[in-house]
Design a protein. Structure first.
Length: 425
C-alpha cells in the first residue's frame, strides 16, 4: 500500500496542535491544582512543579537528535504514546500513600515527552505543508493550541471537581480524570498513526555524523552569545517575568485555600471556570489585541504599554488577598483583568525574542531564547511557595509587585528597531 505524502491539512493540523498543548497544561497548571487538592504544601508544590520546566529549558540541547534521528512522524507518534503512558502512570499512583514521588516522576516523563513532541511537531509542520499552507495554517495551529490550554485548565479541572463530589475521594477523583485523558492520548496516537502524511523530506539525515551535527550545534550556540546586545537581552528575558513566575505558581493555591489560611476558598470546579475558562479567554483576547497593536505600530512603540499591562494588573491579587471576598463575580473579574493584561503584555516579550533571534541560525537561536524563557519561570517559581509560606498571601502578593521592578528597569536598556513587527517589516 502506497503511503500518502500529503493529506488535507485540516485532517491533522488541529488535532496535532491540540495534542501539543494539553501536556504542557497538565504539567504546568493542572498539577498545581491537583497537588493543592491533595493537601501538598505550597512550598513543595512550587518547588517540585517548577522543576518540571527543566525539559523545556534544555530542549535546544537535544533538538539536533530529534532533527536527525528517525523521522519527525516517528517522534510525534512515539511521544504521544509516552504522554498517554505518563498520564496513566499518574492515575495509577495517585491513590498510593507515597503518590507524590511517583506521580512527579510520571509528570517529568510527560514534560520530557511534551518538549520533544514540540520539536518534532514544529519541524513536521514545515515539512508536511507548502510555504503557502504554512502561512495559512499558522493561525489555525495557534488557535487549537489555545483550545488545548482552555480545555486543560477549564473543562478538565471542572471534570475533576465533579468527580470529587461524586467519588467523595479527592485522589480517586483525580485518578479517574487522568485515566480519561490517558485514553484520549491513546486515541491521538492511533489517529495520527493513520492520518499524518509521509512527506518525502521527512527522513533521518544520513549526510552528517552525530559528531558533525553536535559540532554545528556548538558553533550555533557560540554565535548566539556573540550577538550584539545579547547579555542585556537575556537579562530582560530572565527578569521580565520575575513576578509573574511566582504568581503563576501560587494563584490557584490562593484561590483554593480556606479563608483561615488567607485564601478565597473556591472549589475545584470554581477554579476550572474562573482561571481555566474566563481567564484563558481573556488571555487569548489580550494576545490577539497585542498582536494587532504591534503589527500596526511596531514593538518599540508598544513596549512600555505592554510592560505595564504585563505587570500592573497583578495588583488585583493584592486586592483579593486583603479583601478576601467570597463573591465569585468579583474574583472572576479580577482574574480576567490580570490575564488580559498578561496576554497583551506577553506579545512584546515573544516578539522581542524573535527580534533577538533574527539573522543566521534564527530558528536555533529562537529555541535558545525559549530555553532561557523557561529558566526565567523555573528558578523564581521554585522558591515562591517557600516565600508565601513564610510571609502569607497578603505580603506575598506585595512581594510579587516588588519583583516587577527589575523588568521596568531593564526595558530602558533594550535597543529595538522601531519598525520591527510592523507590516512594512
Amino acid at each position: 500500500m502506497k503511503k500518502a505524502t500529503t493529506r488535507n491539512a485540516w485532517a491533522w493540523i488541529p488535532s496535532l496542535y491540540f495534542a501539543e498543548g494539553l501536556p504542557y497544561v497538565f504539567v504546568m497548571t493542572v498539577s498545581v491544582i491537583m497537588y493543592k487538592r491533595l493537601d501538598i504544601s505550597n512550598t513543595d508544590i512550587a518547588l517540585y512543579t517548577s522543576w518540571l520546566y527543566l525539559p523545556w529549558v534544555i530542549k535546544p540541547i537535544w533538538s539536533p537528535i530529534v532533527d536527525n534521528l528517525r523521522t519527525k512522524r516517528f517522534w510525534i507518534i512515539s511521544m504521544q504514546i509516552l504522554v498517554g503512558g505518563a498520564l496513566a502512570g499518574v492515575a495509577f499512583t495517585l491513590p498510593m500513600s507515597n503518590f507524590l514521588q511517583y506521580s512527579l516522576a510520571f509528570l517529568w516523563l510527560m514534560a520530557f515527552s511534551s518538549a520533544t513532541h514540540d520539536i518534532a511537531a514544529d519541524g513536521f509542520y514545515m515539512l508536511g505543508l507548502s510555504k503557502h499552507d504554512q502561512a495559512f495554517f499558522v493561525g489555525i495551529r495557534n488557535t487549537f493550541y489555545r483550545f488545548a490550554m482552555l480545555a486543560g485548565q477549564g473543562p478538565l479541572v471542572i471534570l475533576a471537581g465533579h468527580m470529587e463530589t461524586i467519588a467523595n475521594n479527592t485522589s480517586w477523583a483525580w485518578s479517574i480524570t487522568f485515566f480519561i485523558f490517558a485514553a484520549l492520548f491513546a486515541a491521538f496516537s492511533l489517529y495520527h498513526l493513520f492520518i499524518l502524511p509521509y512527506p518525502k523530506t521527512d527522513q533521518k539525515r544520513g549526510d552528517k555524523s552525530m559528531q558533525e551535527i553536535m559540532a554545528d550545534f556548538g558553533e550555533t550556540f557560540v554565535s548566539f552569545f556573540k550577538k550584539e546586545g545579547i547579555w542585556t537581552g537575556l537579562t530582560f528575558i530572565l527578569v521580565f517575568r520575575l513576578g509573574e513566575a511566582q504568581l503563576a505558581k501560587l494563584a490557584s493555591p490562593f484561590l483554593l485555600d480556606d479563608a483561615s489560611a488567607g485564601g478565597l476558598g473556591l472549589t475545584t470546579s470554581n477554579i476550572g471556570f474562573v482561571y481555566g475558562t474566563a481567564g484563558i479567554i481573556a488571555l487569548t483576547l489580550g494576545g490577539i489585541l497585542g498582536g494587532i497593536a504591534v503589527s500596526k505600530h511596531g514593538i518599540k512603540k508598544w513596549l512600555w504599554p505592554m510592560v505595564i499591562a504585563m505587570n500592573l494588573p497583578n495588583l488585583v491579587y493584592v486586592f483579593l488577598a486583603f479583601v478576601q471576598t467570597q463573591q465569585l463575580g468579583i474574583i472572576t473579574a479580577s482574574v480576567v483583568i490580570e490575564q488580559f493584561g498578561y496576554g497583551f503584555g506577553f506579545t512584546a516579550y515573544m516578539l522581542y525574542m524573535i527580534y533577538l533571534s533574527d539573522g543566521e541560525h534564527k530558528t536555533a537561536h529562537y529555541a535558545l531564547c525559549t530555553g532561557f524563557m523557561a529558566l526565567g519561570m523555573m528558578l523564581p517559581g521554585m522558591i515562591s511557595g517557600w516565600i508565601q509560606d513564610m510571609i502569607g498571601y497578603q505580603y506575598f502578593f506585595i512581594w510579587v509587585m516588588l519583583c516587577t521592578i527589575p523588568g521596568f528597569v531593564i526595558v530602558n536598556f533594550l535597543k529595538i528597531d522601531p519598525n520591527f513587527g510592523t507590516k512594512e517589516k
